[in-house]
Ligand binder design. Structure first.
Ligand code: 2DT
Length: 212
């Protein structure tokens, strides 16, 4: 019998929901229970495309809105061969943001339909589980203010939140909404249970294609 594949697990949510903290905790917990797991994040700022994106987010350069959307998508596609290889080796991937952030952030800009924004990401490896860390802005006010990067304003984040709410209605994606206003530990426990289930189910299934 061949190696059982790993699961593709994505954490999504608006800024300050705790995605990065929870991704790290999850990878550690999976490893502690004897599973192979690695963390990834998008944008991956280490590649050439990622550096263009990073400079745009830091407001060191300006890019036309369609152009930057396509760069974010290309920054995922360039990792697909590596992602597939790892999944096929039995390594589960815990990913901090994916195509859903891509669609939610660009479609929150004027003049962009959800459909146009989804198109470049059609066919990416489909996550076995997407957990949306749900917080309301008032509840996380105590987590500190926004940084100085592009998109880090409460008005834009509210628009992004609404786009995520539309995306979550899509039954072709295995969404789980997590109440992320609770303690780090409580949120972690729920995420770990859902992830272990997803890993058990994924190992007997082929890798799917997103939005196809
Ligand atoms: P962080 O590195 O702090 O997560 O911020 N974004 C992300 C997009 O606009 N499109 C995308 O496809 C992705 C993955 C969200 C990255 C910022 O970039 C936004 C916040």
């Amino acid at each position: 019998m061949g190696v059982r594949r790993g699961a593709l697990i994505v954490l999504e949510g608006v800024d300050r929901a705790g995605k990065t903290t929870q991704c790290k905790r999850l990878v550690q917990a999976l490893r502690d229970s004897g599973k192979e797991a690695e963390m990834m994040r998008f944008p991956d700022r280490t590649t050439m495309i990622g550096q263009l994106i990073s400079s745009y987010l830091e407001k060191k350069s300006n890019l036309e809105d369609h152009t930057v959307h396509l760069l974010f998508s290309a920054n995922r596609w360039e990792q697909v061969p590596l992602m597939k290889k790892k999944l096929e080796q039995g390594i589960s991937l815990v990913v901090d943001r994916y195509a859903f952030s891509g669609v939610a952030f660009t479609s929150a800009k004027p003049g962009f339909s959800l459909e146009w924004c989804q198109n470049p990401d059609v066919g990416l490896p489909k996550p076995d589980l997407v957990m949306f860390l749900q917080v309301n802005p008032a509840e996380v006010a105590g987590r500190g203010g926004f940084g100085d990067e592009r998109y880090e304003t409460s008005v834009f984040q509210r628009a992004v939140q609404q786009k995520f709410e539309q995306l979550i209605k899509d039954p072709s994606v295995n969404w789980k909404v997590i109440d992320a206003a609770r303690s780090i530990e409580d949120v972690h426990t729920e995420i770990k249970t859902l992830s272990e289930n997803a890993i058990n189910i994924a190992e007997n299934q082929p890798i799917g294609e997103l939005w196809k």
